[in-house]
Design a protein around this ligand. Structure first.
Ligand SMILES: [Ca+2]
Ligand SMILES: [Ca+2]
Ligand SMILES: [Ca+2]
Ligand SMILES: [Ca+2]
Length: 105
């Protein structure tokens, strides 16, 4: 990366996985995982790790996602020991379901 600051470095990777649940050749679910590593003090060890996983599921097969599940895991090495202990990790999960899908169920 050309635009690095004096200290600190941000490394971001995005992985996309397409899942065909029923095997008809059309994707039914898409899982996108974004991982962000932030090295605040520039010592080469990541101090903040954030991973966001977005799962989009097309239930009725019309090509549009009906259920979107988003999970974000944020780990901050507060005490700087290079490890993420349980109290340094926060997990947030939100699920959005299309409204008319809920009405039918
Ligand atoms: Ca399919
Ligand atoms: Ca560091
Ligand atoms: Ca759909
Ligand atoms: Ca720690």
């Amino acid at each position: 990366m050309s635009d690095t600051e004096d200290t600190g470095e941000i490394d971001m990777t995005i992985e996309t996985e397409v899942i065909d649940l029923d095997g008809d050749g059309v994707a039914d679910a898409v899982v996108e995982t974004t991982t962000t590593l932030i090295d605040v003090d520039g010592d080469g060890v990541a101090d903040i790790v954030q991973q966001t996983t977005i799962t989009a599921i097309d239930v009725d097969g019309d090509g549009e996602a009906d259920i979107i599940d988003e999970t974000t895991i944020t780990a901050v090495d507060v005490d700087g020991d290079g490890e993420f202990s349980d109290d340094e990790i926060v997990i947030e999960e939100t699920t959005a379901v299309r409204e008319d899908l809920l009405d039918e169920g």
